[in-house]
Each structure stands twice: as structure tokens, then as C-alpha cells.
Design a protein around this ligand. Sequence first.
Ligand SMILES: Nc1ncnc2c1ncn2[C@@H]1O[C@H](COP(=O)(O)OP(=O)(O)OP(=O)(O)O)[C@@H](O)[C@H]1O
Ligand SMILES: [Mg+2]
Length: 380
Amino acid sequence: MSGKKDKYNPFLVKGFDKDILFCDREKETEQLLNNALNGKDTILVSPRKYGKTGLIFHLFDYIERTNKDFETIYVDLLYTRSLADFIKALGDALVKLPEHTSFGQRIAQFFKQLRPILSFDSLTGDPQVSFTYQTEADKENTLAGILEFINNQPKPVLIALDEFQQVAEYPERMEAMLRGHIQNLHNLHFIFSGSRQALMTEMFMSPKRPIFSQTSLMTLDKIPADKYSAFIKRLFIESNISITDEALTYILEWTRRHTFYTQSLCNKLYSFNPETIDIEVVKKACVDVLEQSESAFMQYRELLTSIQWKMLIAIAKEGEVTQINSGGFLQKYGISGTTSSRRTIKTLIEKELVLALPNKKQTVYQVYDVFFSHWLAREF
Ligand SMILES: Nc1ncnc2c1ncn2[C@@H]1O[C@H](COP(=O)(O)OP(=O)(O)OP(=O)(O)O)[C@@H](O)[C@H]1O
Ligand SMILES: [Mg+2]
């Protein structure tokens, strides 16, 4: 034994902890900071689980540790369905900021005037706010009031609105409302982050929808192979675990360098507490992660129609497909009817079971969940 048992597993499978456990993203961090310093808002998009939220926390941590050019606020919009939810999410994010800072003190003062109901989450103990509104206009005024308060801070404020695509589903015309406010808030900078690339781009760029001025689009890509490989090797070596180059290559290829899956597989490998990692050890970890998720995968079958299920298996078996509507591909897997197969693909994309990644030449289709993809290819 090499004494690593008492160490935390360094391969994070959620959130952000500290820099040494975070791989690369240097250029992206600098770009985000630069945009904000130059008064530009950023639209940050990527498929799910590439690392948008991690990148935002990494940036905020960097700002905190260095010259602190900005106050930072992180707002998670994932579970919001309306303007009222949006205001609550923003309010919760504000009251969560540490009260010992001068910004935190001003927030506490501000909320005293607004008189929301303050409570505490029974599980996490985090403070929460709730507002009551008499009229629709009350909501907009409350939002305007909060934004104006933030805008009046002595230091510029950088706000990340994560899962921003949710806003498109609110019954209110939220984008128009936000645009109206944002144009007058010169001390406030935004990161709009989301995973539905087409929807996000449409929200910002389409002439049919309100356009935000001065936004810069950042598409987060996969972490480069050389950087990721060096990172994984370093974390293992720091725990006295050696790893072969073939094993590293296998990990990155099998997980398609999709950050969450790469982290999860390495996390599993670390938990084996091995002295050395070679391809055989990696393969064992691959089987383990698939078995772990098997019951969840099997449930998908209940939720899908037989043609959807067939299509998923076909894409999984190919690994990636470019000519998805071609007779050759459909025939090979016994799928008949081009019209219904087109509809099937559209639904699978909407359900986030299939990932459609456009590049300059064509669109590449894959089963979204990398582990599910390998499991389907193996089992059927
Ligand atoms: N640069 C990184 N180095 C190491 N681990 C990372 C890095 N970026 C993200 N991760 C890890 O990868 C996983 C996915 O990251 P994250 O949740 O940030 O993705 P996301 O793009 O926000 O996903 P979603 O669209 O589902 O919200 C998390 O477990 C996170 O800890
Ligand atoms: Mg996220």
C-alpha cells in the first residue's frame, strides 16, 4: 500500500474544488475575464457535462484569488419556470454571499428594505428568500430594483446566469424584459451559460427574437488530449500510482474526452487503489462503471418507443454517425421509413439522448451519454 487510502479522490465528478484538481481551461478563463473587463457579456455554450459550470466557478475563484476586479454572483436557473422563479434564484444567490464582506453587508441591508421572507433550506441550511407580489408589475419592479441595486455597487459585478436556456420557456417575455434592463446597467456584466446550443444562439442572434448588444459567443470545446492526459497522469502520480501511456490513451478514447465521463472513469480507477494502471485495469473500470448504471439504462427502454430504442442501439453500435438518414445506415439496422426515422432522431435529440454536433462539413450524431452508448453497443 502506498498510503493513498487516506487521500480524497482527486477526480471530481461534480462542481469545482480547487485549481490543482481542475484541468486546463486557461484560454477560456482568460477570454471570459477579458470580455468582462471590456464590458462585453458572454454567451457560453457546450453540450452537457463538458464543464461550463466548472469553468464559471474556476473563473470566479481566480477573480477571488487575484486582483478581484469584480464582485461575482452565480445563479442557477435549472429549476426555474417563470419570472418569479428567476427573481427567487437571483435573490437566493445574493443572500448566499458571505455577510462578512462589504458587498454581503450591503446585500443584507438591501433585503431588509425589500422585506422578503427569509428562510433556511432544511437540508443544506442555505438562506433562501421568497417574495410576495400583488400584481404582475410588482415582479418586474422587484427585478428592476434588485438589478439596480447590483448595478450601484462600487465595484463592477459579474453575474453568471447558468442554464439560461430555461428563460425561453417562461410564460413572460423575459428576454425582452432583460434586454430593457441590461442596456442601462453599465456596471453589470453577464455570462449566459447553457447547453442547448441552437436555442441559445437563436435567443441571442435571431432577428425574430430580442438581440442583446455586445455579446460574444464562446463555444466550449473538449479539453485537448495532451493537456488532459498530462493532468490525469499527474493526479495519479501524486498518489504514487503509475499509469501507462496506452492506458491514458484508452481512457481518453473510450470516454470520448467528454469531461464528466473521463472524470468518472478516472474516479473509479482511483477507487481501485491500484499500484499501477495498465489497459487491463482500465477495462475492468469500464465494465464497473457500466454495471453501476445498468438499472438506470434499462429504465430508458420503458420510456422509449421501439423505433427510438432501435435507433439508439444503431447509433451506439456505430459510435458516431454522419449519414443518419441514409438508406445504408437505416437498412443495416432494420429501420424502415425515412420520415419516421427523421422524426425519431428529432425526438431523441430533444430528449437529450442523442447529441448532434455540427462541424464545418457535417453533423455528427452520437448517443449523448457516453456510458449508455458503450452499454448499448455491448448488450444488443
Ligand atoms: N477542467 C476540468 N477539469 C477537471 N474536471 C472538470 C473540468 N471541468 C469540469 N469538470 C468536471 O466535469 C463534470 C462536468 O462539468 P460541469 O458540471 O461543469 O459541466 P456543464 O457543462 O456545466 O454540464 P451541464 O450542461 O450538464 O450543466 C463535473 O464533474 C466537473 O467536476
Ligand atoms: Mg452546468
